[in-house]
Design a protein around this ligand. Structure first.
Ligand SMILES: *Cc1c(COP(=O)(O)O)cnc(C)c1O
Length: 399
């Protein structure tokens, strides 16, 4: 009998990413199969009754469980060091399901001010309607987090590092604050993935993923996941099963295969991003680079301690205003001009007029989103090609 690939048995992350969660069928297939089926059948009425009641484990309907989705969930749970993972139809569905499962009307959330735009809309527009209020604080300011907590606070929510300025929060310290006040800490681990950061090991209670980004890594599918302890994840599963934001078997299969190269890809992404950040920092047309892998980054020491890599999303300010930033973006011939990230293809974005356009000029100033800021999610093309694509516009600015 071969050993099951479960964490805590000494298997390395690279190994778990390739092998965990595949329970081979009687066909003895080598690669993970896809089960594109809505429902399952039984040998008898009695077996159906046992499966429906939960008395006997097994599949009933793919909104509840599906073997391909289960493989992805078990693999990601192993990588994040969680007891259970629940997959969802998108990253947003992961956040929605978590809050619906664990909070109720009258509860409060304390969240970082630097969050994905749709997360802020979800909190302010939809959770507010359910009587769940969110207070925003500066990501790195632990005293501000603690000051915003009230007896009704149930959840602390952060992305670290932040987008696009790569600011960090000390996850272990934030978890300690959350637990002292009987609240849960959820970390959106989209930017680093378990290959570079393990929030549960650092003390967080829940990890949120948009699998759409690096877990797939090749821009093929939309999906998400929540990972954590069985106690909370059983509740999240209840929401997904009842409300229906479940992941399709086909997308789950894509993410499962994506995880197999996660560690390798993330290392290569980090190497390209570090090289690009250092090159940008030395370019005369660049005023400032935001990347936690640079020694000059104010939280470089925390990043080195809490992460096992610095990620591949960086941003930089060019000399000049919006016109200068746009000229650099428009001079590229290879980089994809898009708001997306977490892809082998490098992407370039002007946050002030796209991902952060909804902010008022005052909010942009407070958040550090200047008109001269450009974000690059560094992909896996040859670093010389990425550099020369950016050099065209930057050289023109400095001449
Ligand atoms: C993309 C993203 C999300 C939302 O995920 P979807 O899969 O697009 O729903 C949430 N958080 C972060 C940090 C993201 O980048």
């Amino acid at each position: 009998m071969q050993d099951e690939m479960t964490p805590g048995k000494g298997w390395a992350l690279e190994t778990l990413a390739i092998r965990a969660g595949h329970n081979r069928t009687h066909e003895q297939e080598h690669a993970e199969p896809i089960f594109p089926t809505s429902s399952f059948v039984y040998a008898s009425a009695a077996e159906a009754a046992r499966k429906f009641s939960g008395e006997e484990p097994g599949n009933v309907y793919s909104r509840f469980t599906n073997p391909t989705v289960a493989t992805f969930e078990q693999r990601l749970a192993a990588l994040e060091n969680g007891e259970r993972c629940v997959a969802t139809s998108s990253g947003m569905a992961a956040i929605l399901s978590t809050v619906l499962a664990l909070l109720q009307s009258g509860d409060e959330i304390v969240a970082s001010r630097s969050l994905f735009g749709s997360t802020v809309s979800l909190f302010d527009k939809y959770f507010a309607k359910l009587g769940i209020t969110t207070h925003y604080v500066e990501l790195a300011d632990l005293a501000a987090w603690e000051a915003a907590i009230t007896p009704r606070t149930r959840l602390l929510f952060a992305e670290t590092p932040s987008n696009p300025l790569a600011e960090l929060v000390d996850i272990a310290a934030l978890a300690e604050i959350a637990h002292r006040h009987d609240a849960l800490l959820a970390i959106d681990n989209c930017f680093l993935t378990p290959a570079l950061q393990k929030p549960l090991t650092l003390g967080a209670d829940l990890v949120i993923h948009s699998a759409t980004k690096y877990l797939d890594g090749q821009g093929r599918a939309v999906g998400g996941a929540v990972v954590g302890r069985r106690q909370e994840l059983d509740e999240v599963f209840g929401v997904v099963r009842t409300c229906g934001p479940c992941l399709s078997p086909f997308n789950a299969w894509i993410f499962t295969k994506g995880l197999e190269t996660l560690d390798l890809r993330m290392r290569a992404h980090c190497a390209n991003a570090q090289a690009l950040a250092e090159w940008l920092q030395a370019h005369p047309a660049v005023a400032r680079v935001h990347y936690s892998g640079l020694r000059e980054h104010p939280q470089h020491e925390l990043a080195s301690r809490q992460q096992s890599g610095f990620g591949a999303v960086l941003s930089f300010e060019v000399q000049g205003e919006r016109e200068a930033a746009w000229s650099v973006i428009d001079a590229t011939r290879m980089l994809s001009i898009t708001g997306n990230l977490g892809d082998v293809k490098s992407t370039i974005t002007h946050p002030a007029s796209t991902t952060h356009a909804r902010l008022s000029p005052q909010q942009k100033a407070a958040a550090g989103i200047s008109e001269s800021l450009i974000r690059v999610a560094v992909g896996l093309e040859a670093i010389e090609d990425i550099r020369s694509d950016l050099a065209r516009g930057l050289d023109a600015l400095s001449n």
